[in-house]
Design a protein around this ligand. Structure first.
Ligand SMILES: Nc1ncnc2c1ncn2[C@@H]1O[C@H](COP(=O)(O)OP(=O)(O)OP(=O)(O)O)[C@@H](O)[C@H]1O
Ligand SMILES: O=c1ccn([C@@H]2O[C@H](COP(=O)(O)O)[C@@H](O)[C@H]2O)c(=O)[nH]1
Length: 238
């Protein structure tokens, strides 16, 4: 089997995907399948940290349009990512692989606070480390969180495991004529305004020289394929 090309990565896992066919919340069979992929990826030898989105439960912008403030909505969204982390942690551990959730918020009864030291310690122990609570600040996204945490913990790449198999010239779910890019620079991704990730995430990745690989999580084994330097997706890099 080919060795992995990365020593340490942050995987941005789509929250939305975890809802499965039910469209909301956590579909346990979907979570089980994703957990299997993450465990197989860890077994390749790469240190794996995971940031999960919250789109299967709450997005701040959406709830704030219905009557709560944006900051409250965003806080709800960040707490939603914690719920996803706890569900994934329990699922990974049930399968016999150690995991650990670290939170951006102080919530000692539930999770240890994220620090670089704690993340390094648990990664070195071979655990899959789940990073919950976003950045801990409103007005950001978990895409930006993934890039931020990757820079903080010295990861070599951000793997965006999502509902689409790369960055397209337009949203492929809305425009059937959209074409997929194999490769883009960070600047091209920002200037193109491609909504698969927010511009803040691309800008921070450009500044911190972090490659981002956008690919579909729907394909079993896709994480491992990307870790071995292959797979089907878009590479956003220098
Ligand atoms: N130019 C584009 N190329 C690819 N996907 C795009 C583009 N523009 C918009 N999208 C949409 O972006 C979505 C993926 O990003 P989004 O942040 O919505 O999901 P996610 O990160 O997977 O979910 P979550 O926020 O729950 O983690 C795709 O489902 C796709 O429809
Ligand atoms: O740093 C952050 C990260 C996230 N949020 C809020 O959480 C939701 C869910 O995250 P997604 O990236 O959209 O999946 C997001 O919509 C924000 O409301 C945040 O405020 N700060």
């Amino acid at each position: 089997m080919t060795d992995p090309v990365y020593r340490r990565v942050v995987i941005k896992l789509s929250g939305e995907y975890l809802a499965g066919q039910q469209g909301f919340g956590i579909d346990q069979p979907t979570l089980d399948r994703v957990a299997d992929d993450l465990i197989a990826a860890r077994q390749l030898g790469t240190e794996v940290a995971v940031v999960i989105g919250g789109g299967n439960i709450v997005r701040g912008v959406e709830v704030s349009s219905q009557g709560v403030s944006r900051t409250t909505g965003d806080t709800m969204g960040m707490l939603a990512t914690m719920m996803n982390c706890l569900a994934l942690e329990a699922t990974i551990e049930r399968k016999g692989t150690p995991a650990r959730t670290l939170s951006a918020f102080v919530m000692p009864e539930i999770s240890e606070l994220f620090t670089r030291t704690a993340a390094h310690k648990y990664l070195a122990e071979g655990r899959i480390v789940l990073l919950g609570g976003g950045t801990g600040n409103p007005f950001f996204t978990t895409d930006t969180t993934a890039v931020l945490r990757a820079a903080e913990i010295g990861a070599e790449a951000v793997l965006k495991a999502t509902n689409v198999d790369g960055v397209y010239s337009a949203d492929p779910k809305k425009d059937p004529t959209a074409t997929r890019f194999d490769r883009l620079t960070h600047s091209q991704a920002i200037e193109g305004g491609y909504k698969v990730m927010d511009a803040t995430a691309f800008a921070l990745a450009r500044e911190t020289l972090l490659p981002i690989i956008v690919f579909s999580i729907a394909e079993p084994g896709s994480i491992g394929a990307v870790l071995r330097g292959g797979g089907h997706g878009t590479v956003v890099a220098g």
